[in-house]
Design a protein around this ligand. Sequence first.
Ligand code: ADP
Ligand code: MG
Length: 737
Amino acid sequence: MLKLENVSKFYYNKGIIASGFTKVNLELNIGEFVAITGESGSGKSTLLNVISGLDSYEEGEMYINGKETSHYTEKDFEDYRRKYIANIFQSFNLINSYTVYQNIELVLLLNGYKKHKVKKKILDIIDQVGLTKFKNTKVSKLSGGQKQRVAIARAVVKETPIIVADEPTGNLDSESAKDVIEILKKIAKNKLVVIVTHNIEQIEQYATRIIKMNDGRIIENREIKKITDEKPPQESKYNNISIFNKYRLGIRNTFNIKTKFLLLFSVFFFISTAILTEYASFQMSEEERADSGYSIAFHDLSENRILINKKDRSNFTSEDYAKIKELSNVDYIVEDDIFLDSGIPLQRNEISLYGNLLNIENLKGNIDIGRMPQSEDEIILKVRKDSYYASKSTDEILNKTFSILKSQGLNAYSDEKVKDLTVVGIQYSDNNDDDYNCKFYVSNSVLSELRSQVNANYSNIKVFFNNKYQQYTVEPSDKVEQGKAVVDDEFKYQFKNYKIINKPLNIYVSNIYYNEELNLSISNTYTKSNFKKLTSLDKYDNNRYRIFVNTNDFNSLYNKPSYQSSVFVKDEKEIDETITNLENLGITAKKVTDFKVQQGEIYQRIIKVIKVIVTIVLIIVLFFISYLIIRIILKSRNIYYTTLRMLGATYKDVRRILDIELFVNSSLSYCILLIFIYLVKNNILNIEYVAKLSNFLFLKEYVLMYVILIVISRLISRKFAKKLFKKTAINTYNEEV
Ligand code: ADP
Ligand code: MG
């Protein structure tokens, strides 16, 4: 069966050649029970490793079944080991976290047996080594003798023709040692058994041949009983491990050591949390940047505001509004929304409140102090709780009358009052998205009264007379005839001979909503003495250089009925759907945020690039950190994988089993993370920061993160398996034991 002719084994170690054994001649046959003995360092283990194909030899010939093996590749020896060899080790080399049954099953699964077909066989062999009582006990709980009996069972169950055992009794007391040898002798009939021992007495009575070694040479080869090969040995049948069994082992390995499971779990949890947090934080800061945009035309840039007007530029009717209100996501409508975009100051002594006018019908919720308005000139003030205004003592605001002052150009205000309004109630805003401006909730009639004023504030006005455009303020007065203009007497000096009466004067008004013009002729000029008569106003000094027109003419310029309104939606995430619905009603609809101008677009683009770079770097760094951590965690598992290898697992098998273990673990940890995020999102767990961040993560990000996690775990198992297989099985084994 096995024949060695002048075989020598050398070790090359840093240029020094050491001899394992020299010129060994030996023939061993099936049925023999061979004992190899000798001093420590005499080459016994080396010989055994060469015989069992675990180690190479440098000189001579070794025949297996008459076949010469010097041309054998690593793969050929692997094949030989799987067909012919079963090993028993001094240190048992069992999987401590597996039960007796699982340890024996493992070798069969690795050699492609189906799980349900091997049960009887395993129970049988467990019975033969006398461990039936312990079949479901974890190996770590057994005594040394019992462990070695498991190892014997595992070696025998594979049904190889050769069993090699390197000092199987070395770690046992003499009682157990005797036991082990007896069992081995009993169940390993019709096999070639080669046992290395330096305690020859234990084995002498069973051995059919005793070989003594010294200094790498066989000094005695005594045949006690002659046995020759009758028929060629029965090769052990094996297949590659089935995918199903790989999964079985992978999943078994995931959970069999609790601390290892938890450590790996934490590493994966940390990786996904770190990457998702980093990414979401970037998204958040990007969004905040985007929020900080501004618009010249629109003051209220709420995310939930949609600007609407009719395609034919006609006014909205109450039926139109009713239809819009029926849409599910519509919260409320601000009709005539110019007031949203035009801030107005309310003045009282030195206090000045600045904000937007809104219809009282649009006030939501309860007021915090004061009462609701009872007359048209009473208003509610809404203000952010942490704003400067709110910090003012409410005595200075509540039940106090403020004035809207007449505008003088775009930003300056005279001390003439347009309207007095009394603040009777205050509502505090707790929405951090609101800006620090106030909101003034006023009655419908006040709104229409002020519309001209607001439009005037926000319009560009040009007056054309004497063949040039000039900028003057236009004022209404009932005293002036329609189609006429009354101007300051000073104006006449612009004309030849001071002839100003009947000269044409055209007024052009433009703002973001419309352009309007008014063609008049000058009917009169005012001086200090006739001012009151012509305009019915008192203060001549305050009204120098103005143009007075008939109130109706004035209103034709400014008191435009609204053709633009705003819809506010309940859920801003569904705003696009609402826009589609509005468009289906024949309405032009646009998000107000579309009109936002971004600040520092280059800055924003840089942030985007940085986000991508940081994310990639983070993933790479996390990969290496987690590889190092996982390698440390798995280091205790080296022995496991080496054992798998000795039992016949290939590089691919080991990688796959590890893949599956890491896959199951990382998937599980990711699942838990998702559940955690789900609980936070649904307010079952109250963690504000997580909730905020999770708003920036969507299906796409979650899927991508999972893919990254799986790729990382696969790369890790690949790297680990490669490292493990870089050395020969016996070297890794020797390092571990
Ligand atoms: P035994 O098992 O009889 O105690 P070994 O077979 O382990 O002896 O060792 C035989 C000789 O080979 C010893 O001199 C030992 O130092 C040497 N040897 C064994 N393994 C290695 C190795 N991996 N590298 C170098 N020398 C080795
Ligand atoms: Mg040895």
